[in-house]
Design a protein. Structure first.
Length: 415
């Protein structure tokens, strides 16, 4: 058997549909400067699918810092991994400022959040330890857990009763092995927008001995009174033992960081394989992140605007009878009933006829009969964008309810 056979016979859970979706639903090209108005296939769309929460991607000061640092240092500097030849004063400065921002002693940069998270988990546990994690954890957490040689227990999403049971099981095991327990969850869950119950989890520390690692990719910069993260929003900044944030969302860049005690961060710097054996973050990304952090700290109005837009959208949807689940963050899911054809036709109608670009998922990504539309508001959207979108959604829901999107009823184009 040739390993290449997979490329033609077994394309994978999403790849199997690639022929009919590639370039339209998957790998679409959004053109123009990052903003709520971008071009798709030559036509302007109202874009609700970018995690540019605070609108920093195109902020003039950000663009200037990015351009000037690229002109001054180039993209190569520093060459090599941090440990070997990739250390600079600017990397250390950014780490100090990030640590302070998220309320930890120390932090360490990661060249990508995904690999970073995998390595944080791998480095923090050995075969004697037990991992307990939320069932809706991001793929990078799942991959990190896969590398673990010891026991792992999963609890249904945000089910605290089950977490307690898993902690009891985990404690029995660690009492025998002499290991510890690492609980992993997210701050803001990126698909559903609900929050990990960090306050309730931290409260369980009085009954169990464990450490808590939180992936706050969608929370850093936007959650809490000062945007310091979901742990700030839920009043448990000290209870989160290891905090993870990425630059891929509110920071509108690339890279990530992990924050914890001085000792743990130092230990991680010497033990995260994906960082030890990979190149350091280029200087423009570090200087660009310093600028973004400065704007985040000094401009609460970006966050306020984000919440104004998010609240108007979520309130408007609820008033019109839409089910937006349990979101407590700007991430806005809309749950509809329908089969995959209806999901595709509805999304197509939104994109082509209402010129709204957002992500829509249906079976097999979510259970049969469910369609989820996910909207990501940002600080650079307007209340007029919200009004227009609410109007469009009211119409597409009415169409869905009368069966307009079922097969044969709706003229779809070949995408
Ligand atoms: C919850 C969560 N964790 C981690 C990541 C990975 O971060 P990065 O894009 O920096 O690799 C993402 C996606 O960006 C995410 O949504």
């Amino acid at each position: 058997m040739d390993v290449f056979n997979k490329a033609t016979t077994k394309l994978g859970p999403i790849g199997q549909y690639a022929k009919s979706i590639h370039g339209y639903w998957t790998f679409p090209k959004l053109e123009g400067e990052i903003s709520p108005r971008m071009k798709f296939r030559g036509k302007e769309k109202l874009v609700w699918s970018l995690n540019n929460y605070l609108g920093l991607a195109n902020h003039p000061e950000v663009r200037k810092a990015d351009a000037e640092s690229a002109a001054e240092y180039g993209l190569a500097l520093p060459m090599g991994a941090r440990m070997m030849s990739g250390q600079t004063d600017q990397h250390e400065q950014l780490e100090r400022e990030l640590a302070e921002f998220v309320g930890k002693e120390s932090s360490y940069l990661l060249n990508y959040g995904y690999q970073g998270m995998v390595s944080i988990i791998e480095a923090m546990v050995d075969r004697h330890d037990v991992i307990v994690y939320d069932s809706e954890s991001h793929a990078c957490i799942i991959d990190g857990v896969r590398l673990h040689f010891g026991k792992r227990f999963v609890y249904p999403h945000n089910n605290m009763e089950s977490l307690r049971k898993q902690l009891e099981r985990a404690t029995k095991i660690t009492n025998e092995t002499g290991g510890g327990i690492l609980v992993i969850t997210e701050g803001v869950f990126g698909m559903s927008g609900d929050l990990g119950k960090l306050d309730e989890i931290v409260a369980m520390k009085k009954d169990f001995n464990f450490r808590l690692l939180v992936d706050d990719a969608h929370g850093v910069g936007i959650m809490g009174p000062n945007g310091r993260g979901t742990h700030e929003a839920l009043g448990v900044m000290d209870g989160v033992d290891i905090y993870f944030g990425t630059f891929a969302k509110a920071f509108a860049s690339i890279g990530a960081f992990v924050a914890s005690t001085k000792e743990v961060v130092f230990y991680l710097a010497y033990n995260m394989r994906s960082q030890i054996f990979a190149k350091s973050l280029p200087m423009p990304l570090v200087i660009g992140a310093l600028k973004r952090l400065e704007l985040m700290r000094n401009h609460p109005e970006f966050r306020e605007k984000l919440w104004t837009v998010s609240n108007a959208l979520q309130k408007g949807l609820k008033e019109r009878g839409f089910n937006t689940g349990n979101t407590q963050s700007p991430v806005t899911p809309i749950f509809l009933h329908g089969d995959p054809t209806e999901g595709a036709n509805l999304a197509f109608d939104l994109r082509e006829n209402y010129n709204i670009f957002c992500s829509v998922v249906s079976y097999p990504v979510v259970p049969k009969g469910v369609i989820i539309i996910r909207i990501i508001p940002t600080a650079v959207h307007t209340l007029e964008d919200v009004e227009y979108t609410l109007h469009a959604f009211t119409e597409i829901k009415a169409n869905l309810d009368v069966g307009k999107y079922s097969s044969g009823q709706f003229v779809n184009i070949q995408v």
